[in-house]
Design a protein around this ligand. Sequence first.
Ligand SMILES: [Zn+2]
Length: 109
Amino acid sequence: METPRITRWLKKRRKLMEEVLAREDLIRGSLVKTRKKCGRAGCHCESGEKHRHVYLSVGGPGGNTIVYVPASEEERFRRGTRSYREAWKLLEQISRLNIDIIKGGHRDG
Ligand SMILES: [Zn+2]
């Protein structure tokens, strides 16, 4: 039987899950910034400021996959990796809540 406490937990779980769904732009990986010389003769990078590049490094069983991030899309990638970290924390909370729901259900019922 559902007690008020369980009902409250279920509502909280639904809210957390909705917050996960709101992060559908999530991207797993780390953004890596590099500065490089391009090698073109006469380019400002020969003596001055080097070219800035951003990559997404995605760890996997076979090693890291590197994805080039165009400057125009950097903010979207940054948002995506932030969303991933937030979604991960939300899933952790939901997991702990599910343990409470099962344990609480036994205590009450
Ligand atoms: Zn250059």
